[in-house]
Design a protein around this ligand. Structure first.
Ligand code: UDP
Ligand code: MG
Length: 324
């Protein structure tokens, strides 16, 4: 309806009044340089400070500014999801509000997008001004994630990225609640490429990701792309009951050929080994079922089509999943 925007920039913010003026200024400068129409979609994730008021003020005279104002804090991943739902650009860019992701990189992302890439993600080569603990835990997490999942989620990559409209549409079909957005983008596929950059220090304010939230995000990441942890009981069960069986043979040997055993001990050991092994094995089998149930309940589409050519898509297409 006339106001076609080419780029949507999504900026999640949670108590960012100390940086938001500067973020706005830097983003305006960068987006102006594209020479094309854009929107700045700020998502206020239940901030307790004035950052939403500041954005609302800018919106009075700047029609590129839009504000999604959450009723409470829903978390970073939900905030960027809402941004994608509201975005209307041909390319959608997600960037942190704290200027740790340099807005100038957006121009290079757009360049790559115009070359035909559908996802351009920013990969951190270096993190400036963060504690060794944050760097160490983040690095450990990305490697753990890589080891446990079947799809390849790039390491050291946050949510700072550009997505083509097609990718954004697919993201809207993901109904899951515990979202790990960067993983979902990898899952969706399409032509993806990395841009390397140095992560800057926070412009002002402090991290809104305390340890507890980092752990929650890591667990979301690992559990939504792998049920290897569930299989652990199965592996342990197989291993332990194998070892238990061998030990049982040894106990039988002791009973039959030596006099080193106390009365009652062999039967007790036998019962323990047999039953513990059995319980662990059953847990493992249950793990397999629970894993499959989990897969089904995630409700992800079975496949993603980039383009269908050579005819009309049948009107009565298969509806396996209900999409709201
Ligand atoms: N954020 C959010 N909701 C939250 C926590 C954070 O929208 O509950 C935003 C925050 O304002 C910032 C981005 O998510 O724009 C990344 O957060 P932060 O910079 O605190 O994380 P860090 O860079 O320390 O990992
Ligand atoms: Mg930050």
């Amino acid at each position: 309806m006339g106001n076609q925007v080419r780029y949507s920039v999504i900026i999640p913010m949670f108590n960012e009044e100390a940086v938001i003026d500067e973020t706005y200024r830097r983003l305006k400068e960068v987006m102006y340089r594209t020479g094309e129409a854009y929107e700045l979609l700020f998502v206020n994730d239940g901030s307790k400070d004035r950052c939403a008021d500041i954005i609302r003020q800018y919106g009075v005279w700047d029609t590129t500014v839009k504000l999604i104002d959450f009723s409470r804090n829903f978390g970073h991943q939900i905030a960027i999801t809402a941004g994608m739902d509201y975005a209307s650009g041909d390319a959608v860019i997600i960037i942190d509000a704290d200027l740790q992701d340099p807005p100038e990189l957006i121009l290079s992302m757009i360049e790559r997008w115009k070359e035909g890439y559908e996802v351009v993600y920013a990969q951190r080569m270096k993190r400036n001004g963060e504690t060794w603990f944050k760097k160490w835990s983040a690095s450990l997490f990305y490697r753990l994630l890589r080891a446990s999942t079947d799809i390849s989620i790039p390491v050291d990559t946050g949510d700072f990225r550009l997505m083509d409209r097609k990718v954004c549409e697919e993201m809207k079909r993901m109904p899951e609640n515990n979202r790990f957005v960067r993983g979902l983008v990898s899952w969706v596929g399409f032509r993806q490429t990395a841009l390397e950059y140095e992560r800057d220090e926070r412009f002002a304010g402090e991290s809104k990701y305390p340890l507890k939230r980092m752990i929650k995000l890591s667990l979301d990441g690992i559990t939504s792309f792998s049920y290897k942890p569930l299989k652990l009981a199965g592996y342990a069960g197989t291993l332990l009951s194998g070892a238990g069986f061998l030990y049982l043979l040894y106990v039988i040997y002791l009973v039959l050929f030596t006099s080193e055993t106390n009365r009652g001990w062999p039967s007790l050991i036998a019962i323990m080994l047999i039953f513990n092994g059995f319980v662990l094995l059953m847990l493992g089998i249950m793990g397999e079922y629970i894993g499959r149930i989990y897969d089904e309940t995630k409700g992800r589409p079975l496949y993603v089509v980039r383009e269908f050519s050579g005819g009309e898509k049948p009107a009565t297409s298969v509806q396996r999943r209900t999409v709201e």
